[in-house]
Design a protein around this ligand. Structure first.
Ligand code: RUB
Length: 340
């Protein structure tokens, strides 16, 4: 699969992918879920928040268009729909949490209509909660930005860009360096979005990070996953930014919705780092046959390099992630294994 910039979706708005139709076969409702799953797989929908909202919307659409039958059939079919979506980017905890949020009340449903209603309601609630969280993070994070700050960001995170755009809208006269983010070059989306918002933005290649760190006041990045010990998994290269920021005594902040906190890590599970096709890095024909290509798309930044985790619940230290996770999961915490 070749990657193209034009294949990337740049919208930060919640995606409405509910498809209405007069067709009434269960197979048809699976088509819409499959469409979303394949858009996620092919990176047409990307970014942790967007894939979570797209996954939840697809679940809501599935329930809304489900043509009839019994509650048992629906329960079975929605499991299949869930699986299709989760397999599209199997390491994404945001997607897991978004999809799981839709089915959290299914066990209480006594009829098909109740089950469908609960999935539709919870999908809408998730999309709304997730979009509101990004806005709240923008406001809280912008308070950390001072007039005249130079900011460095990586990849294309709606949460991090929300902070930057809000600081700009508050007239803080900021400058931004944005990394290209090889191999998919999501940085091109970032510079486009920031330039459209009127921000003074400069694109740099990934290897220029240490060089521009001298001129940087603050780093804001997003997160794909946050572990119970406060480590952050984000686009490959994020940990290099964190190391360079640490060396230069530059504040390193992670902007993330709390649903990216991974409950599985409480139980000692490691976060699996997605590896993608080597063709995304280089055309295989350009290489001698015995050369291998390794293409991990995320990396882990240890908590000691993170100054702040900016969430919709306020600014956290990496050390308080565990408390937030436990508080959010409440009595369900020891049942996580059963509901996976
Ligand atoms: C995107 C990426 C983003 C996070 C957070 O990787 O690493 O920083 O997903 O994004 P990819 P957001 O392009 O491979 O999905 O803040 O929008 O959720």
């Amino acid at each position: 699969m070749r990657s193209t910039f034009s294949g990337l979706i740049s919208t930060s708005k919640p995606m409405n992918i509910l498809i209405k139709s007069n067709k009434n076969t269960p197979g048809y409702v699976f088509d819409t879920v499959m469409g979303t799953a394949s858009d996620i797989k092919e990176m047409k929908i990307r970014g942790a928040g967007r894939i979570a909202r797209a996954g939840a919307s697809a679940m809501g659409g599935f329930a809304e268009n489900y043509p009839g039958g019994s509650l048992q059939e629906f329960v079975k079919d929605i499991e299949t729909a869930k699986k299709m979506l989760l397999e599209s980017r199997p390491t994404a905890v945001s997607l897991w949490n978004g999809v799981q949020a839709c089915v959290r009340e299914m066990k209480d449903a006594r009829t098909l209509e109740e089950a469908k209603g609960s999935v539709i309601r919870n999908a809408e609630l998730f999309v709304e909660m997730s979009s509101n969280a990004v806005e709240t993070i923008a406001k809280i994070g912008a308070n950390r930005v001072q007039k005249g700050d130079t900011i460095l960001t990586h990849c294309n995170s709606s949460a991090a860009l929300g902070v930057i755009k809000e600081a700009h809208a508050q007239g803080k006269d900021i400058k931004v360096y944005a990394t290209e983010s090889r191999p998919w070059r999501q940085g091109l989306l970032t510079v486009k979005e920031l330039s459209e918002a009127g921000v003074d933005v400069t694109l740099i290649i990934d290897s220029a990070v240490r060089s521009v760190m001298k001129r940087t006041d603050k780093v804001f990045v997003g997160a794909d996953t946050v572990t119970s010990n406060g480590a952050v998994i984000n686009k490959i290269g994020t940990s290099q930014l964190a190391l360079a920021a640490d060396e230069a005594r530059v504040q390193f902040s992670v902007c993330t919705e709390t649903y990216k906190f991974s409950p599985m890590t409480l139980f000692g599970e490691m976060v699996e780092i997605e590896e993608r096709d080597c063709e995304e890095v280089v055309d295989a024909e350009a290489l001698p046959k015995d050369v291998k290509v390794y293409n991990p798309v995320f990396d882990t930044t240890p908590p000691k390099y993170i100054d702040a985790i900016i969430t919709e619940m306020g600014i956290l230290s990496p050390g308080s992630v565990y408390d937030v996770m436990v508080r959010q999961l409440g009595g369900d915490i020891f049942r996580m294994r059963e509901i996976q």
